[in-house]
Design a protein around this ligand. Structure first.
Ligand SMILES: CC(C)(COP(=O)(O)OP(=O)(O)OC[C@H]1O[C@@H](n2cnc3c(N)ncnc32)[C@H](O)[C@@H]1OP(=O)(O)O)[C@@H](O)C(=O)NCCC(=O)NCCS
Length: 170
C-alpha cells in the first residue's frame, strides 16, 4: 500500500534530457512532433508515478502547440511537475525547452498539460497523496489546473452524451 501522506511538488518533479538524432527526424529534417509528444508523456508519467507511488495511465492530454521547430543535434529538456491532484487523478505540467549544446542557447518550445490516473494491480483507479503547496506560484498553478480539470470533465460528460445518443439512434 503506497503512503497517502501529503507530498510537496518538489518530491516528484523530474527533468529529462534527450539528444535529437536522425531517427527523430521528420521529412523536413527537423524533429518529428510525435517524438516530442512521446517524451512529454514519458516525463509526465514519471512525475505522476513518483507522486502516486503507483503505476499510472494517461487519461487526457490537452492541446499541444509547437511554437518552434527543433533541430537535430539539439537537446530536448523536459521538466515535469504535478500541478493538481484529485482523488485518483493528477495533472502534470510539462515544459519543453530545446537547447543548442554548442552555444547553450535555449528556446521554450511548448508547455503541455497531461492527466494521469493512478491504478492498482487490477487497473482500477486508486487514491493518490494530497499535493503540498509551498509557494504562491504553486497555489496559482493549482487554481488554474483545477479550472482546466473541471473543463475536461465537462467535455467528457458531453462526449458520453453524444456517444449515448449515437448508440440510441443506431
Ligand atoms: C483511466 C481509467 C482507469 C479511469 O477509469 P474511469 O472508469 O473513467 O474512472 P473514473 O471515472 O473514476 O475516473 C478516475 C479519475 O480520472 C479522472 N478522469 C477520467 N476521465 C478523465 C478525463 N477525460 N479528463 C480528465 N480526468 C479524467 C476522473 O475525474 C477521476 O479523477 P478523481 O479520482 O481525481 O476525481 C480508464 O478511463 C482507462 O483505463 N482509460 C484508458 C487509459 C489508457 O489506456 N491510457 C493510455 C492511452 S491509450
Amino acid at each position: 500500500m503506497a503512503s497517502l501522506e501529503p507530498k510537496p511538488v518538489s518530491a516528484s518533479r523530474i527533468t529529462l534530457a534527450q539528444l535529437m538524432q536522425p531517427q527523430h527526424a521528420n521529412n523536413l529534417g527537423t524533429v518529428h512532433g510525435g517524438v516530442i509528444m512521446k517524451l512529454v508523456d514519458e516525463a509526465g508519467a514519471l512525475a505522476a508515478t513518483r507522486h502516486a507511488g503507483h503505476r499510472v495511465v494517461t487519461v487526457a492530454v490537452d492541446q499541444m502547440m509547437f511554437q518552434h521547430p527543433i533541430r537535430l543535434g539539439h537537446l530536448v529538456i523536459l521538466t515535469a511537475e504535478v500541478s493538481y491532484v484529485g482523488r485518483t487523478s493528477m495533472e502534470v505540467e510539462v515544459q519543453v525547452v530545446a537547447e543548442n549544446p554548442l552555444t547553450g542557447e535555449r528556446v521554450h518550445t511548448n508547455t503541455a498539460y497531461v492527466v494521469y490516473v493512478a491504478v492498482d494491480e487490477h487497473g482500477k483507479p486508486t487514491p493518490v497523496p494530497p499535493l503540498l503547496l509551498e509557494t504562491e506560484a504553486q497555489r496559482q498553478r493549482w487554481e488554474q489546473a483545477k479550472a482546466r480539470q473541471a473543463f475536461r470533465l465537462q467535455q467528457r460528460a458531453q462526449m458520453r452524451r453524444t456517444a449515448a445518443a449515437q448508440e440510441e439512434s443506431a
